[in-house]
Design a protein around this ligand. Structure first.
Ligand SMILES: [Zn+2]
Length: 519
């Protein structure tokens, strides 16, 4: 299916510029996999050469098969006074081995003079050389025109000349960027409209949310004929963020009726939004349009049936179309559909009215109330489903453990001992580590590797801790999310407890158990 509007995700590059957002290479891969499965058309992985994490991402990404998305690497036009083929930036972007190269360049004469300190014609040559060079290397080239609107308002002929230079050199799409986020929708619409008549290449839009207009400006551009929109999941990004794709996608699909994604994707939007927040270790914004927890919450007080009839008139869309649900009526139904979808993904066949399905739903609800979160912890969810379906005994049992921490002058030493039971055999191991969780992980792994050598390949890639609210008046709880990999696949597991060591052990144990039981 050819989309009417292309969705270009830059969560992993522009989004990661946001304050408090930090992705490891593995985080980036996990997010990219989800974006691809969702049907996003382009995923910008980062700026190769800007840091080792981005290079690692591209190294892994070029070995994978992407179902829907084309992976893009970001860079800028060649530097002033250097031949394009001898510029390090070009070597780095080629090393990323992506089908798409996205190049940012200057449109605003002010920036050409003051920031680049280059002559206007030199900037035009820098743009043309870079685009042509990458086209010659077989890349699809997307040209991001920085400060496009400010540049155009200042010196329309020059701004247009830079875009025409990119177009003549073969750029596949010219993306007009409202880099400082200061434009109004009416300005965006009139400039995009005017420019589109002068360019034959596809025109795209990249907006920022500094005036709270990131999404509105993106849509204004689409309305004026742009056919690619760049943004981030949950609107992550520098300052107040980028154009929020989590809003743009349902707006395009449901309100403007544009053909953009497979119809199966949209009901997974809320899940995608929560997953990315979970990986970024950011609390999901309950008031986020479309996907927030309160987006379709109605104050009760009426008879349930009356609410059912009346609520619809208070809702601008059917919440289920984006995977959300009406909050007054959080019946078992919504929860159950989710469980069935998850179970099917994990290879379990369940009927919606089976007693097991009800039991799993009830258990997930109970655990979610305790602070568990399964969006990014598919490993733990699979184990939970498995336990209730009573497939077979778990491959090991932790009988006991002990962790100690002592400091000898400047050196602090952590030691952990673990006792595990496998097939009636007890194994007791001791290990040291740089922290209690690391020591515990070592001890548990050493004990299990004797029985299950395949666990040697499992590595912990990330460990995230979140202190949960104590609104219930109980002690604050700790949630630990662990991301593991065996070199082929990644999975997440979760643990929750008042005690951080206990929470960590749950997640660690789930991580190893999941590797042993998964198909
Ligand atoms: Zn940007």
């Amino acid at each position: 299916m050819k989309p009417e509007v292309e969705i270009y995700d830059t969560t992993l590059r522009d989004g990661s510029q946001g304050e408090g957002i930090n992705f490891s290479a593995l985080d980036k891969l996990r997010i990219a996999e989800r974006l691809d499965a969702f049907g996003i058309h382009y995923i910008e992985g980062g700026w190769p050469g800007s840091n080792p994490k981005d290079m690692e991402f591209f190294k892994q990404a070029c070995r994978r098969k992407w179902k829907n998305a084309r992976i893009a690497a970001f860079s800028m036009t060649r530097r002033k006074g250097i031949a394009v083929e001898s510029d390090d930036l070009m070597r780095q972007i080629l090393e990323a081995r992506t089908p798409v190269a996205t190049i940012v360049g200057k449109s605003w004469l002010l920036h050409v003079h003051e920031v680049l300190r280059a002559r206007p014609d030199e900037n035009l040559a820098m743009i043309a050389d870079t685009v042509r060079y990458l086209k010659d290397q077989g890349k699809q080239v997307i040209y991001d025109a920085e400060h496009a609107f400010d540049g155009y308002k200042d010196e329309p002929e020059y701004a247009l000349a830079t875009w025409q230079a990119a177009e003549r050199a073969g750029a596949d799409c010219i993306v007009l960027c409202d880099t400082n986020g200061g434009c109004l929708p009416s300005e965006i619409a009139s400039i995009v409209g005017a420019v589109r008549r002068k360019l034959s290449a596809r025109v795209g839009i990249h907006t920022h949310n500094d005036c709270g207009l990131g999404v509105a400006n993106g849509l204004a551009a689409i309305d004026a004929g742009a056919t690619q929109i760049q943004g981030t999941i949950n609107g992550y990004g520098e300052r107040t963020g980028n154009c929020n794709l989590t809003s743009v996608i349902p707006l395009l699909a449901l309100k403007l009726k544009r053909r953009i994604l497979s119809t199966k994707s949209l009901p997974k939007l809320k899940e995608l939004s929560e997953f990315v927040d979970e990986i970024a270790n950011v609390r999901h914004d309950p008031r986020q349009p479309w996907v927030g927890q309160t987006a379709f919450a109605h104050k009760g007080g009426m008879h349930v049936h009356a609410i059912d009839r009346v609520a619809r008139s208070y809702e601008h869309i059917n919440p289920e179309s984006v995977g959300n649900y009406r909050r007054v009526l959080v019946s078992d139904m919504a929860g159950r559909t989710n469980i069935l979808m998850k179970a099917a993904e994990l290879g379990f066949t369940l009927a919606s009215d089976a007693p097991e399905t009800r039991a799993i739903t009830a258990e997930v609800k109970r655990l979610e109330n305790l602070g568990f979160e399964y969006e990014a912890a598919e490993g733990s969810l699979a184990l939970l489903i498995r336990k209730i379906l009573k497939h077979q005994e778990p491959p090991f049992k932790i009988e006991g453990y002990h962790v100690s921490n002592r400091r000898d002058r400047a050196i602090s030493v952590c030691q952990a001992s673990v006792k595990v039971l496998v097939d009636g055999v007890t194994e007791h191991t001791i290990a040291e580590g740089d922290g209690p969780v690391n020591a515990l992980d070592q001890a548990l792994r050493n004990a299990l590797v004797k029985f299950y050598p395949q666990l040697k390949r499992v590595r912990l890639n990330d460990y995230k801790v979140r202190i949960l609210d104590s609104t219930a008046g109980t002690e604050a709880r700790t949630r630990v999310l662990i991301e593991s990999t065996d070199g082929k696949e990644e999975w997440g597991t979760v643990g929750v407890h008042d005690n951080i060591i206990e929470a960590s052990l749950q997640a660690l144990s789930d991580s190893l158990e999941y590797r042993l039981v998964k198909k």
